[in-house]
Design a protein around this ligand. Structure first.
Ligand SMILES: CSC[C@@H](O)[C@@H](O)C(=O)COP(=O)(O)O
Length: 356
């Protein structure tokens, strides 16, 4: 695979999560598409709250936001002794960890910094602060690089034509470019993407609010559908491939992604449509053997009982899982930043990890 485009060739959007001198900057994804606003976060608690309430969302974006939360702690902590600093560091780590349970990128990013800090326990406090900030920036920069690579790998294997996606795995869901976002942007540049179908993705409407906004902003040819129109569109022969992001891919290739993904995978099989997921290695959790072990977040009933702030249902009991698990048998391939993994996934994911 040869990298043919730079990030600035593929999107006009800025990074969705950034950090400078004790301040985390994030695009407020709750306000889109009505308002585009970059907000400042100056405390660990406010970063954690932004992850919880989905001001920032998408697996790699929340990983980077959490890493920057630790950088913010490192640069603003008033601790005079190492002991005090470490106490505060572990508190910050726990606060950021207890936000959303499904996307493994969050834990991956936090543990990467925690492990580094523990390796450097004997260094000076100033050096430890510097290392934390540097590592958080590295996590963010590596995410952009990984997306660029996945974009090029994905464009090599997706067929020319109409592509359908679910939720938002675009630039907003990552530091920049997106996972799905990078693939469809490279295809758009190459002229192989004819039309991008977007599921609206109830109940939080990431497809309607965020994907429709960011892809049309970059000039891609998009068409929005209600979630329950997907089967009919496939039956009409209007979808050549489906590509979705992932919040956690486990050792056998089962993966968790936005609720509704599993439904699309089953439909893809029925209609003979190739079905891909795309994610960086930071989304792959080799510690879990099967998708049954993935913790699935349940969110507030309010998300289902309302739409755009309006009450749309009477006060009845609600079940609101934020993610579902797609069994590996429905997957055509897993596009990673190290290449495309084909079945059998258990063997080939293991090979990919051990070859690193
Ligand atoms: C590149 S983002 C991949 C996934 O995180 C994405 O598809 C998704 O399910 C996002 O869920 P969300 O609940 O909006 O954080």
């Amino acid at each position: 695979m040869r990298i043919r485009y730079r990030p600035q060739d593929l999107t006009k959007l800025p990074r969705s999560v950034e950090y400078r001198s004790g301040i985390v900057y994030m695009i407020n994804q709750q306000l889109l598409p009505r308002e585009f606003k970059v907000e400042e976060f100056r405390t660990v608690e406010s970063v954690a709250e932004a992850i919880k309430n989905m001001t920032v969302r998408g697996a790699p974006a929340i990983g980077a936001a959490a890493a920057f939360g630790l950088a913010l702690y490192a640069e603003t902590s008033k601790a005079k002794t190492k002991e005090e600093f470490f106490d505060g560091f572990y508190k910050a780590y726990e606060t950021l960890k207890n936000t959303r349970p499904t996307a493994v990128n969050l834990f991956w990013a936090l543990n990467r910094i925690k492990n580094l800090v523990e390796e450097h326990r004997e260094d000076s406090l100033d050096e430890i602060r510097r290392l934390i900030v540097q590592e958080a920036q590295k996590i963010a920069d590596e995410d952009v690089e990984a997306n660029l690579r996945m974009g090029h790998y994905g464009a090599e294997v997706l067929p020319e034509g109409n592509v359908l996606t679910h939720c938002n795995a675009g630039s907003l869901a990552t530091v920049h470019l997106g996972t799905v976002g990078a693939v469809v942007r490279v295809m758009h540049k190459d002229g192989t993407l004819k039309l991008l179908w977007l599921d609206e993705t109830r109940p939080v409407l990431q497809g309607a609010r965020l994907s429709a906004w960011e892809y049309s902003y970059d000039g891609l040819n998009v068409k929005l559908i209600a979630d329950n129109a997907a089967a009919f569109v496939m039956q009409q022969g209007l979808v050549d491939a489906i590509i979705v992001g992932a919040d956690r891919i486990v050792a056998n290739g089962d993966f968790a992604n936005k609720i509704g993904t599993y439904m699309l995978a089953v439909l893809a099989r029925e209609h003979g449509i190739p079905f891909f997921t795309v994610a960086p290695l930071s989304t792959i959790d080799m510690n879990l053997k099967s998708g049954k072990e993935i913790p699935i977040e349940e969110r507030s009933p309010e998300e289902v009982l309302t739409c755009g702030g309006c009450r749309i249902a009477p006060d009845v009991p609600v079940y609101n899982p934020a993610f579902d698990v797609t069994p590996n048998k429905y997957l055509t391939g897993i596009i990673t930043d190290r290449g495309v993994v084909w079945p059998p996934f258990k063997r080939n994911l293991k090979k990919l990890f051990y070859s690193l």
